[in-house]
Design a protein around this ligand. Sequence first.
Ligand SMILES: Nc1nc2c(c(=O)[nH]1)N[C@H]1C(S)=C(S)[C@@H](COP(=O)(O)OP(=O)(O)OC[C@H]3O[C@@H](n4cnc5c(=O)[nH]c(N)nc54)[C@H](O)[C@@H]3O)O[C@H]1N2
Ligand SMILES: Nc1nc2c(c(=O)[nH]1)N[C@H]1C(S)=C(S)[C@@H](COP(=O)(O)OP(=O)(O)OC[C@H]3O[C@@H](n4cnc5c(=O)[nH]c(N)nc54)[C@H](O)[C@@H]3O)O[C@H]1N2
Ligand code: SF4
Ligand SMILES: [Mo]
Length: 766
Amino acid sequence: MGKSPTEKALTPEGFKALKTKTPPTNTAGFAGIKAASSHAFKYIKPSNILKISKKLNQKGGFDCPGCAWPDPDDERSSLGEYCENGLKAMAEEMQNTLIDRDFFKKNSVDALSDLSDFEIGKSGRLSEPMYLPKGATHYQPITWAEAFKKVGAHLNALDNPDQAVFYTSGRTTNEAAFLYQLFVREFGTSNLPDCSNMCHEASGSALSETLGIGKGSVTLDDLYKAELVMIVGQNPATNHPRMLSALEKTKQNGGKIIAINPLPEAGLMKFTNPQNPIKMLTGGTKLSDVFVPITINGDVAFFKALLLKLIEKEETIGNVFDKAFINTYTSGIEAFISDVKTYDFKACLEASGVSEAIFNDVFNLILNNNKIIICWAMGLTQHENAVDNIRELVNLLLLKGSIGKEGAGTCPVRGHSNVQGDRTVGIWESAPQAFLDKIEAKYGFKPSPKHGYSVIEAIKAMYEQKAKVFFGLGGNFISAVPDTAYAAQALANCNLTVHVSTKLNRSHLVTGKEALILPCLGRAEKDYQKTGVQIQSVENSMGVVHTTKGVLEPCSDALLSEVAVVCGIADATLKNRSKVNWLAYKDNYDLVRDDIAEVVNGFEDYNTKLKHPSGFYLPNGARERQFKTKTGKANFSINKLPNWKLKDEELIMMTIRSHDQFNTTIYGLNDRYRGVFNERRVIFMNRADMKTRNLKEQQIVNLKSEYNGVIREANNFKVVGYDIPKNCCATYFPETNVLVPLDSFAHTAKTPASKSVRITVEASLY
Ligand SMILES: Nc1nc2c(c(=O)[nH]1)N[C@H]1C(S)=C(S)[C@@H](COP(=O)(O)OP(=O)(O)OC[C@H]3O[C@@H](n4cnc5c(=O)[nH]c(N)nc54)[C@H](O)[C@@H]3O)O[C@H]1N2
Ligand SMILES: Nc1nc2c(c(=O)[nH]1)N[C@H]1C(S)=C(S)[C@@H](COP(=O)(O)OP(=O)(O)OC[C@H]3O[C@@H](n4cnc5c(=O)[nH]c(N)nc54)[C@H](O)[C@@H]3O)O[C@H]1N2
Ligand code: SF4
Ligand SMILES: [Mo]
């Protein structure tokens, strides 16, 4: 008997050798340089390191495959326009070792699943297409033509196109993403779930409704000019490291910074710019003026307390609100104010877990500044009331007129390097009808007007066998999604699972009855096609679209580009019934961009505009105070306090990233900025909570979550006493995804609530 899908999906429970230290209060600096370069030299060919560092994030070079933080429009540092984690992302992609047919011959799927995620990642780069036949224990080689035929045959054998699910992860370029969604829509379904569903979907929902655009409104330049930047639920030192250089500029220009986070994340406190030798010697810049140690999911309560006091001040002293802005540009202020007044200040502050002294510091900064930017990430979006979190911060910005003017606005900091671009060019299970109409006008087929499955709905559909083929363009679905055990069974129920990937991951091991691994080029590699080396394009977190062009030779001759894979599959599936000349696109990506220019707003003259060395800004209504909402105005909204209550023994758990991972890719076992080394199976707990449970440092515990009567378990974690609010705890994703209930997600947006999982902690008997 082989392993069950769940057994293959879970990361092994064994321990390494945990060491802890007091967390540092400063980030980057020499330690960052050392960590990055040791990583690079360990995994990348030395001759390639120089090539990479000269071209990474430079104009005309290639875009860092790490996060979506923007590059400066004008001058870029000649010392290197990248960070420690950008270099780690490159090292991971450009590994020396290759995984080929011999590797898969030696290692069965079951045996590979015994490896840790770290070990799986370090096996090397995928280098040829592989196929797992029904009942087989080992993957075997397959030609590209055969692989395409198999996918086409499975898709065409379905009773209807809605039985297929087409997932996307956010590294995919605009060109590949546009063609992919075009293929999926011509095939006949809108089932286009993507990593965004688990990420900033709640931001998209909240911002579209209130400000008429699902993206942020600020530019990098705004950040430099802000009087006040609030960083809420985000850990930039790890996840968007170059944001710290931007914040350093904010400070140099006299701006203030507030960080709202249950954890005193090192980078939010102090930062030494590795590109500034003088700062390296003098000890760096203090970043946060106020640190707010909020309780997990206490944000709406804290914002309500701020709103209450602002309203009180406006009504007693006046001159607090930007009345000219409110009168001209907004709708719904009266209803909003009367709703806020139904809340009690003290109760809100108590629910937020913040002291009155800290509250007052924050309040005064908001009161006395009018150019305010609010930045946020997963700490706000991964809760059941995530959409309320974001609408509430929009309310605050609207009262202060802090939107659509220099130095002010919304800044949802995106995750994957092109997650924003993918959505812009059509990766969306609920795309607006106007977009579908444009596709119909251009190509002459009618896309399905029905909304497709988001990630959570796709998992349910596969579990219930309503969907039978899973196709992933990038990503690591099984490790990224909630409720690992249920999701594993969902994938196992499929007839075919297919992954277009650069690296081996756990999703290749938790398969349908048959499975395919289709290896593709990475960002740094040259994309040779008939008309020469192709450029591609991406959109960063601030709506700038720019080129990316690989500089290294592909690690294997058998790799195809994502564009070529999509074209090959579309051609093999749709054959003569297609209205699209699929095979022409892959020879010349200019043709794809010509089509995007016709179909997607803001991309007119795409090929020409891309010639600008730093790219071009997409139109952004909120930035211009043109609010494309149902009312034609920026809308105030009414949000409730969350009403969950912990039972006595329960803690609320957030699942977060260590400093040594990119989502499900584990770069290493250290979390330097939190003082944790050589172990990932840890739970960060408040020391008082440890005491009431009689738990000691490094004691081994088991975790349990109960949701709607279903119990989920994750065993073997070591306790680490930490500076985290009482009743709160933190663990790393993906080890604890098994505890995140599939039914616990953000209203409207369906983002899994992976930052507010209610758990109990019990000492292990072993
Ligand atoms: N190196 C590296 N870079 C990355 C990634 C990576 O894994 N590694 N992932 C990329 C992706 S896809 C994304 S989406 C981003 C993620 O970037 P982040 O959102 O910064 O990532 P998380 O680790 O999920 O951290 C969330 C932060 O929110 C805080 N938090 C949790 N719950 C709450 C809450 O209720 N309220 C408040 N105020 N704070 C809370 C946590 O303490 C933590 O500091 O990073 C991107 N960049
Ligand atoms: N509990 C919990 N769960 C979470 C989160 C959390 O905070 N807590 N965060 C969520 C978030 S914000 C996100 S974005 C998702 C991430 O979900 P995903 O995007 O699905 O996961 P990644 O780990 O980013 O995907 C990594 C894999 O992508 C492939 N890959 C890398 N580069 C390329 C490329 O250029 N092309 C192709 N085709 N493949 C490539 C590699 O094979 C690699 O193994 O996870 C979500 N899950
Ligand atoms: S900040 Fe993000 S995009 Fe920039 S170099 Fe670092 S990982 Fe890459
Ligand atoms: Mo993300």
